[in-house]
Design a binder for this molecule. Structure first.
Ligand code: ATP
Ligand code: MG
Length: 298
C-alpha cells in the first residue's frame, strides 16, 4: 500500500527566525537517513530555500563531490492585480506540486514565508509536523504570546498561535489526523543566561496551554551563515574538499546539535530507507579514509 508522505512544515510569522536554514538541515538529514525527500518553497518572493538548494547543486558540480539533493518545487508567486486570482493560482500550483510528490516520497519539507498569506495558512493545515523556529529573544517570543512586563508570566496568545490552533482544528476535521507542533529555539546563546532561562520557562507554560512541545535547536554559530552560498549543512562531510575550508570545532559541535535535533523531532523514518542508508554508510567506511581528526582545529 502506498503511504502518503509525511509533511513537515517550517513556519512562523516572524521573519529571519531560521525557517529556511532549519528546513535544509532537516531535508538533508532525512536524505542521509535514506529517505525519499521532496522539498517545496512557498516563499516565492524571496526563494531562499530554492537558492539554498541551487547553491548546493552548483557547489557539488564545482568541487566535484556528491551531495544529496531533494526533488524540489518552488511555488511561484502570482502577481496579477487580483488578490483572489493570485490565491487561486498559487493554491493550484501548490496542490499540483504536492500531488506530484506525496505518493513517491517519504517526506515533504515545506518552507514558508515569514508573513501571513493564504498559502501559508493552507500549508499549516496540511502539516503532520509543524516546526516553528524562534530566535531566543523576547522579541521573537511575541510571535507566540504576550508577557507580563513585571514577572514575564504569559498573559495571552498571539495572532499566530490562534492561527495555528485553527489550522490544527481544520486538519482534524478534514482527515481525523493531528498535527504535532514543535517550537524550536534557534540561535541559542552557548552561555547560560537569565534571558535563556526565562524564555525556557515561558515556553514550558505556553506549551501546556497550546499543545506544542519545545526543543533546543541550533546555537548561534557563524558556520550556519557560511553554509548558505555553498548549499552545505552541518551534516555534510567535514573535510576541506566539501567545506572549501578547513573544518573547525564549531562544525563538529554544529553537527552534533543537528543530529540531536533531528532525533528529538521523532520523525517516522521508513525502515527500508534506513537499511539502504546503513548499507551505504558501511560501503563508504570500507572505501573512504575516516575523518582526519587532526584536521579539526579550534
Ligand atoms: N543558528 C544560527 N546561527 C547563526 N546564524 C543563523 C542561525 N540560524 C539562522 N541564521 C542566519 O539567520 C538569518 C535568517 O535565517 P533564515 O533565512 O534561515 O531564516 P527564515 O526564518 O527563513 O527567514 P525569512 O523569514 O526571511 O524567510 C540568515 O542569515 C541565517 O544564515
Ligand atoms: Mg526563509
Amino acid at each position: 500500500m502506498l503511504v502518503p508522505a509525511h509533511v513537515i512544515v517550517l513556519a512562523s510569522e516572524k521573519g529571519g527566525s531560521g525557517k529556511s536554514t532549519t528546513a535544509l538541515h532537516i531535508a538533508v538529514a532525512l536524505l542521509k537517513a535514506g529517505q525519499r525527500v521532496a522539498t517545496v518553497d512557498l516563499d516565492g518572493r524571496q526563494k531562499t530555500f530554492t537558492h539554498y538548494i541551487e547553491n548546493r547543486r552548483a557547489w557539488a558540480e564545482r568541487v566535484q563531490i556528491q551531495l544529496e539533493l531533494p526533488t524540489h518545487y518552488c511555488v511561484e508567486r502570482a502577481e496579477t492585480s487580483s488578490i483572489k486570482a493570485n490565491e487561486t493560482t498559487e493554491v493550484a500550483n501548490f496542490s499540483a506540486a504536492v500531488s506530484a510528490i506525496e505518493r513517491t516520497h517519504d517526506f515533504v519539507v515545506v518552507d514558508t514565508p515569514g508573513n501571513d498569506t493564504f498559502l501559508m495558512r493552507l500549508a499549516h493545515s496540511m502539516a503532520d509536523t509543524l516546526v516553528t523556529p524562534i530566535n531566543d529573544s523576547f522579541l521573537d517570543f511575541d510571535v507566540l504570546a504576550t508577557l507580563d512586563p513585571i514577572n514575564f508570566a504569559v498573559t495571552g496568545e498571539s495572532h499566530y498561535a490562534e492561527m495555528v490552533r485553527e489550522a490544527r482544528r481544520q486538519r482534524r476535521l478534514f482527515d481525523g489526523r493531528s498535527t504535532e507542533w514543535i517550537v524550536v529555539r534557534n540561535r541559542l546563546s552557548v552561555l547560560g543566561s537569565r534571558n535563556k532561562r526565562l524564555i525556557g520557562e515561558g515556553l514550558t507554560e505556553l506549551a501546556k496551554r497550546m499543545g506544542f512541545r519545545w526543543l533546543d535547536g541550533f546555537a548561534e554559530r557563524a558556520v550556519y551563515r557560511e553554509f548558505f552560498p555553498r548549499g552545505l549543512t552541518a551534516l555534510d562531510d567535514l573535510d576541506k574538499a566539501t567545506l572549501g575550508r578547513r573544518p573547525n570545532n564549531s562544525h563538529v559541535t554544529a553537527r552534533e546539535e543537528v543530529v540531536t535535533l533531528l532525533n528529538a523531532l521523532h520523525l517516522p523514518l521508513s525502515e527500508n530507507g534506513k537499511r539502504h542508508a546503513a548499507a551505504r554508510a558501511q560501503w563508504y567506511s570500507v572505501i573512504e579514509e575516516p575523518l582526519q581528526v587532526h584536521e579539526v582545529i579550534g
